[in-house]
Design a protein. Structure first.
Length: 312
């Protein structure tokens, strides 16, 4: 990633006229008599002999069998065509997915920092009651591995998908009251492994565990200088269903106060939530920023895939 570790400035993100019917001939009209001298109809021919009749019947049966066999062969060919078509389509889908995964894994060194983590992020409808929300970037951490980035239970849960690179930045809200670290974990996993992790994550309710939170990144001399483990108030972790990416965010108070009752963003953004995290909007900060950055990642990958498809 270009300029990782610096705090550059850059662009702002804004998430026949119908014909008359032909009249049919009138029924019941008398037929015209034949003209004079019209020859009488020929006498009836004698019926076929028993042998001829049997031959005719056998011929009809044989023709019917051939027709059935022919229809079966044609039907089999048609089924084979469609099955082959499905196989080809599945192969194309797998190839497209592999290409998308490869492009996602190259993001950390090919996408400018201001594109992935914009200096200012606007979250339309991301606040309480659908209000808009804005966050300003405080700092960007150098890209790194995942050691020490998560509480132990979370690190254990994410271990099966591997850690290729971890990208992180910290933001503050428009009132400078809250601070939020947002992270992008680029995994080494294939689609099946990512799907397995999503299943485990849901089945074990890992997103609700307060001992499985991401860790913040503090920046000395900024509003996030005191953003440590005890200051975490709300968080969210999102395991992508289309990319080898896990996005997360963790929020707290800018004044460094300790939070004794942290609450996951999904619960802190529900109407009627009364925890300190919910009342201060920390859940909205975590959820909104994680969603915004994930949108940037998806857009970057789609553009990379499109460029490669156009070039080829």
């Amino acid at each position: 990633m270009a300029e990782i570790g610096s705090v550059p400035t850059g662009p702002t993100s804004t998430l026949a006229v119908p014909t008359a019917p032909v009249r049919p001939p009138t029924l019941g009209m008398p037929a015209f008599p034949p003209p004079p001298g019209y020859p009488p109809p020929p006498a009836a021919r004698p019926g076929p002999s028993p042998y001829a009749a049997g031959r005719s019947t056998r011929g009809t049966v044989a023709a019917g069998i051939c027709l059935v066999l022919g229809a079966g062969l044609l039907g089999g060919a048609a089924v084979g065509h469609f099955v082959g078509g499905d196989t080809a389509a599945a192969q194309t889908t797998r190839e497209d997915t592999a290409l998308t995964y490869a492009d996602a894994r190259s993001l950390w060194h090919s996408v400018p920092v201001d594109t992935l983590f914009p200096p200012t992020v606007h979250g339309r409808g991301a606040g309480p009651g659908g209000a808009d929300r804005t966050w300003t970037r405080i700092g960007v951490a150098p890209d790194s591995g995942c050691d020490g980035a998560f509480d132990p239970p979370l690190a254990t849960a994410l271990a099966p998908v591997g850690c290729l690179r971890l990208l992180r930045a910290t933001y503050t809200d428009a009132t400078s009251s809250n601070v939020t670290t947002v992270g992008v974990l680029i995994t080494r996993a294939d689609p099946a492994s990512m799907a397995a992790l999503r299943g485990t994550w849901t089945a074990r309710h890992l997103g609700d565990r307060t001992d499985a939170m991401p860790r913040p990144v503090a920046f000395p001399g900024t509003l996030a200088a005191g953003f440590g483990l005890a200051q975490r108030g709300s968080w969210t972790v999102d395991i992508s269903d289309t990319l080898p990416v896990i996005g997360y965010a963790v929020s707290g108070f800018a004044d460094g106060r300790t939070v004794t009752d942290p609450q996951p963003a999904a619960a802190a953004t529900k109407p009627g939530a009364t925890t300190a995290a919910a009342q201060a909007g920390l859940g909205y900060d975590a959820k909104g920023l994680a969603s915004a950055i994930e949108h940037h990642i998806r857009t970057d990958v789609e553009q990379a895939v499109h460029r490669k498809g156009t070039a080829s």
